[in-house]
Design a protein around this ligand. Structure first.
Ligand SMILES: Cc1ncc(COP(=O)(O)O)c(C=O)c1O
Length: 376
């Protein structure tokens, strides 16, 4: 029987907001502070508790967090930052914001992750991305960075709530100089929009805090002094209230994502999926932000994308390699066989805590129908 489109769109990711979230935002709206009040500070303390890091500075987006990390670490003209080819463009753009150069590095063709080997080139800063919620070998990468005299900034936009190695937490900065988070609605913790810089270095945290508010230092009474050129990258109390309420549910969100991911894995171990699509083994510590399947080739992936969309399943491709964007010119970098192979075949299936069992079953049936229709 022909599969009919799902009655409503199933996105690849979305926020999961409940009454407790709404109540805290409304309470904040009724309070004396909606912008720079107590919620931002409380959110920052709770981020420290959840990740085990010493300092967290909440900002207006993950992109702002990347920009301020670069400025805070003193990256600028003449410096080279190394960024995986497979990531969201913001990971590379932050280097351009400060006048630094971007060097792209290759990733594993199945997991999309970098390794210590990816960072064998010299650079002033390495940006390992915890792609899809799985944390790369930050310990090995930090050793490579120490040898090269480079900073390490974990782009943990996908991985808050994840663990790696012998139980280290993503964004704890146990092996990195800084980490950044994003609180965009598709991420684990939604604050509407928002981000944070995390670090164990007080000097860096203080500088980032200053830079997020114009580069200003508060003096006595009415006096304040702008000591360097900063930005208006502050988070509001409304965003922080939502972020706090969401963060309290992070362990449950990650657990639900893991249950959904295992369900996909189990289904795909059988006919007709087995041998037709490939998935990376799910790391036990992964926060499973994305569930990525790989098709046999680019043509099949494109057909599958269209088939899903025709059936109201809004799968997505994460990501077009950043060096392929027109702005980056697709030249001046070495061959990236891992990034190319990854990009050619990857497709992210719906995965978010509020994804219902029935919706997930439809996604599985949709993929099954596609594979049966396109046999041989
Ligand atoms: C890997 C990665 N880094 C950085 C960002 C930027 O975060 P934001 O959208 O909060 O600026 C994103 C957001 O999509 C991301 O996926």
């Amino acid at each position: 029987m022909e599969l009919r489109p799902y009655p409503r769109p199933i996105p690849y990711g979305r926020q999961c907001i409940d009454d407790a979230d709404i109540d805290l935002v409304v309470e904040t709206l009724r309070s004396d502070f909606v912008a720079q009040g107590p919620q931002v500070q409380a959110f920052e303390s709770e981020l420290c508790e959840q990740t085990g890091v010493k300092y967290a500075v909440a900002v207006s987006s993950g992109t702002a967090a990347l920009h301020l990390s670069c400025l805070g670490l003193g990256l600028g003209v003449g410096d080279l930052g190394l960024v995986p080819g497979i990531t969201f463009a913001a990971t590379a753009n932050c280097l351009r914001y400060v006048g630094a150069d971007v060097g792209f590095v290759d990733v594993d063709p199945l997991t999309g992750l970098v390794s210590a080997k990816s960072f064998s080139k010299r650079g002033k800063a390495f940006f390992p991305v915890s792609y899809s919620g799985a944390v790369p070998d930050l310990e090995g990468i930090s050793k490579a960075a120490a040898g090269a005299g480079a900073f390490v900034i974990e782009d943990a936009a996908h991985s808050v709530g994840a663990t790696y190695g012998s139980g280290s937490k993503s964004a704890s900065c146990e092996h990195t100089d800084a980490a950044i988070l994003s609180f965009h609605p598709v991420k684990h913790v939604c604050a509407g929009e928002g981000g944070a810089v995390l670090t164990n270095d007080k000097v860096l945290a203080d500088r980032v805090r200053r830079l997020r508010t114009h580069g200003v230092e508060q003096g006595e009474r009415w006096l304040y002094d702008q000591t360097e050129l900063g930005f208006h990258y502050r988070m509001t109390d409304l965003q922080a209230a939502l972020g706090r309420s969401q963060l309290a549910k992070l362990p449950d969100f990650v657990e639900r994502r893991r249950v959904l991911a295992s369900r996909y894995q189990e289904a795909f171990d059988e006919e007709p999926f087995e041998g037709r699509i490939r998935t990376a083994p799910i790391d036990a510590g992964s926060a499973v932000h994305l569930f990525v399947v790989h098709f046999a080739n680019e043509q099949e992936r494109a057909k599958a994308y269209d088939f899903f969309h025709q059936h109201n399943v809004r799968v997505q491709v994460h990501y077009l390699p950043v060096y392929r964007h027109r702005y980056y010119g697709d030249d001046g970098h070495e061959a990236m066989p891992g990034c190319e192979a990854f990009y050619a075949t990857c497709l992210s299936l719906p995965l978010y805590p509020a994804l219902g069992d029935e919706e997930q079953e439809f996604v599985i049936q949709c993929l099954k129908a596609f594979l049966l229709e396109n046999e041989g």
